[in-house]
Write a new protein. Sequence first.
Length: 526
Amino acid sequence: MAGKRYYSYQAHSGHRSGGNSDSLFGWTVFIFLLIGFVFLCWMGSYYIFAHPEKAANYRLLLRLHKVEPPQRFDVTAAPRGEFLKPGQLLERFGSMTGSEISRTNEKLLRNFIRNYHQNRELVPYAVGTYRVIGTLPLTKKSFCNPGLIALLQAVEQPEILVEQPFTCEESNLPALKRSLTPAQEIKLEKPLDLSAVVHIDRIGESRILLTTMPLLYGSYGSAKGGTSFSLEPPLELNLESGLPVLSRDEIGALSGGKLGKGTDKPGLGLRISRIAEEMATPTPEPKVAKAIAVSTPSTPAKGALPAAEPTVARAIPVNAQPVLPAIPVATPVSVAIPVATPVNTFPATLPAQPVATPAPSAIPVATPATKPVAAAPPALTQPPSALTPSNAVTAIMQPAAASPSQVWPVYAPGQMPRGRLVEPSESQELAKRGIGGERNYLKGRFSVTASGNGRAVLRPQGAVAGVPVGPSSKVRVIVEFPAGVTPPTEGSMLSRDTLRPFEITSVKRGDDGQINIYAREVTRGQ
């Protein structure tokens, strides 16, 4: 009996140990499956966020509110890029293979969907003059809506075709349809327009079709008036429709087989170009600050003889009798002595002749010398008879460069025209290549080393206040302020950001390596 119980116990015990082994193996497999599922979820989420240009990924991110709609960029906060003319566009994209075009399209569309937040490359912008071949309305099945899609052809390079969606509000559609007529010319300019290339397609063997998006979504119009329209960014994109927006059949129907040969359809005959933002939405505040002349000629007294205005003022010796104009008997007048070569004393004003006191009809005039007595003073640019003692002293103390200043527009903070924003550390590059026709703005932290006469001399500062470091140590900024604006005092600190930068007018490098940046104040307020 005992042996039976022993074997029975062993048999029962062995059956139970086999069941535990199976359960342990099953749990191991389940845990590994969970690990694989977590790994797949992690890789899948990474793929979804890394490739929003895929239609399914974009739709999921849109539901999760993890993607922003297309953004309207400010004039000074647009992504950095390169402006390509039609010939450069053909050279850049015409030699690409099919696989290169596919990879480039994914990258371009991905950067556009992300509003260029994670973009480290230069954005390609299309510039030049293009002619409208035809337009079609944008629907809910299109890449974006509402608005029109225009097929454009480069005037200089007919091999380049551009399709650009013009999205706007429903109320603005009639004006948009009237403006974008066949044979109408649209000028995409470098300072005002940002038409970013988001897709590349090859039509046949020699034509390139580019899809562009206007990142500024501004106002377009003709210089002669009569037609204008404003754009608005779309609320969302329809990636299921794909790019390009126009199919081959639609391109053929719009062009009528006349691409590169012009079109006989009537147009407005006007060139459409982007309107600057300050012209499209003017502000009631004045935009122009007029500079005040350093020395203003005084009005001659009534009855005084007009004096001829020589091109160069002639200096008079200190001990010589000054030449004075004739003075009428009945007219009291103050006569100013012309300024001679710099001496320790300034000319004084002669007392006026009273009415009741007899006065000689004229003061004898000395005969001018046959030889020049002294060289002409460089600071005196007006005839002696037009200077009073007060402004004569001012003319001597002011440098010759401080004559009447230029007139330039000033804007509200953040409303200046679009331009390239630079820092003092980029002065080496500016001095090397110059500013050319581009508009450049300067930002940074500065200390005022000199101030006066509507100007201020600034020195860029580093992270530690008052200590210039790096390439900025040999940079000097000369800023000119509009009339009525008091320059900052000497010794003060000045900080300018993207809303209130200085506009750079020129950059010059001295023989000693000193870089002088000439700029001016173009914003209002403090």
